[in-house]
Design a protein around this ligand. Structure first.
Ligand SMILES: [Zn+2]
Length: 460
């Protein structure tokens, strides 16, 4: 594509995550329009001119991070109100009550703040699992911010304890198909639209089969909440006489264009089902740990990776995980399995970085476009300022990135060749003004819904 050129010049290290997993010391990147057109040693690219040159000396450059499960649209307005002892069921009931009370304008503003936080700390692409109510209005937030997003509309056709709206089968199918038809490929291809039945315990077989069929016919994908919590396993055993993921395999609803979120309580036979069918997964360590879901005791990430199952990282919502930063997820996914299995050989730092980049992109079906720094890919990049104590000393930049650093050192972020964060600040919004608006609308939502929780310590 024709357009302006940007050169990222003289980076201390470029962690390309390319086929050879090369780390280029003293490297430069040339971007033409939306695409990466040259990557190499700064000395070899010294003569390459560009409309804009970003001095990357003492910076580490990574691919933009992918978040494969992130409810973007509601949490920021009322973040932190839930006691950390709240039962997960009560949590969800309150979340959905708050969400259904949200107006279009409120959803737009909270989404924009959620996206601002993601971009500011290096997440350039995320999947919203269908919980946005007013997609057309929120499209404004996706357009203004310049983020890359996988979206859809969550549907169920069975009564459910979450009070999600229940649609007749035909209507649920139309909603999914219309969403894919209308949104897939929008914003110069930065939008992907998928089918998103909420979970197999709240959807009949026909609906799940239809969701997969639409994904196949439109060359897109589908995602499901696959908690494999005790009640979900019992439900599938009683109704279908088999484990949840085996049930999905038997009805033909697994495959490389199916992304299962959470995948905590899976058993070895279900890992086999996923491996056989090329099904992909996303794990959400910050959410699982805070909600006490047993990722350390039951999580089978090492076994999934052993069988070459593609697993990306997600964070669920900013109200349950509270941490939506890719850096924290990478850190946690490396350390929790080391501790759980009492073995330092579990989940190396490089694997965590892959999960946040190339594997994350593969989980989202976008690996031909993003996930690594290579000629021909879109310029979704994160530049870390390493002139900070947590980055030093620096000899092994992957270890420093995963174990020492966090989002605070993200200096510059590009998506599709556009600079969306510059000198630690978003370029697309007045951040403080936005925060003040969301604080105010959050107070309004709490007042309207009457939802409040006592705090343990008095505010005087
Ligand atoms: Zn979710």
């Amino acid at each position: 594509m024709a357009g302006s050129t940007v050169k990222i010049e003289g980076a201390k290290f470029i962690l390309t995550v390319d086929q050879g997993r090369r780390i280029i010391q003293d490297g430069s990147i040339l971007i033409e329009g939306r695409d990466i057109t040259q990557v190499g040693k700064a000395s070899e690219m010294a003569g390459v001119a560009a409309d804009r040159v970003i001095d990357a000396s003492e910076m580490v450059v990574t691919p933009g991070f992918c978040n494969g499960h992130m409810h973007i649209s509601y949490a920021h307005a009322t973040r932190g109100i839930f006691p950390d002892s709240l039962d997960p069921g009560d949590y969800l009931t309150n979340v959905f009550a708050l969400q259904s009370a949200m107006t279009e304008e409120e959803e737009y503003l909270t989404s924009l703040l959620g996206i601002t936080e993601l971009l500011k700390y290096g997440t350039t692409c995320f999947l919203d699992p269908g919980s946005t109510k007013f997609l057309d209005t929120c499209m404004k937030a996706y357009e203004e911010s310049g983020c890359r997003i996988v979206l859809g509309k969550q549907v169920v056709d069975q009564d459910n304890p979450l009070n999600l709206p229940v649609y007749p089968l035909n209507e649920a199918v139309s909603i999914m198909e219309d969403t894919v038809k209308s949104y897939n490929g929008m914003l110069d291809g930065r939008i992907s639209a998928w089918t998103m039945p909420f979970a197999s315990e709240y959807c009949n077989t026909d609906l799940l089969v239809a969701a997969k069929d639409i994904a196949d016919r439109y060359n897109t994908s589908m995602t499901l909440h696959q908690s494999n919590a005790r009640f979900a396993i019992d439900f599938h055993q009683q109704k279908y006489g088999k484990r949840p993921i085996k049930y999905l395999e038997d009805i033909g609803v697994l495959g490389p264009n199916v992304l299962l979120a959470h995948v905590i309580g899976v058993d070895p036979s279900e890992v086999d089902s996923m491996a056989r069918t090329g099904t992909r997964a996303v794990m959400c360590p910050t959410a699982a740990l805070k909600m006490g879901q047993g990722i350390t005791s039951k999580g089978m990430l090492p076994e999934m990776l052993e069988q070459n199952i593609c697993v990306g990282l997600g964070t669920d919502a900013g109200n349950n995980s509270s941490l939506i930063e890719a850096m924290r997820s990478m850190y946690l996914i490396t350390v929790i399995f080391k501790d759980a299995r009492q073995s330092t050989s579990m989940i190396p730092a490089e694997t965590a970085l892959e999960m946040a980049t190339i594997q994350g992109a593969t989980a989202l079906g976008l690996d031909s476009q993003i996930g690594s720094i290579e000629v021909g890919k879109k310029a979704d990049l994160v530049l870390f300022d390493t002139k900070r104590p947590e980055w030093r000393t620096m000899f092994n930049p992957v270890n420093n990135l995963v174990y020492n650093a966090d989002g605070r050192s993200v200096h510059t972020v590009l998506v599709d060749g556009n600079v969306v964060v510059e000198d630690h600040k978003p370029t697309f919004v007045d951040e403080w003004e936005l925060i003040q608006k969301v604080q105010e609308l959050g107070a309004g939502m709490l007042q309207r819904t009457g939802i409040s929780f006592p705090q343990r310590w008095p505010i005087v």
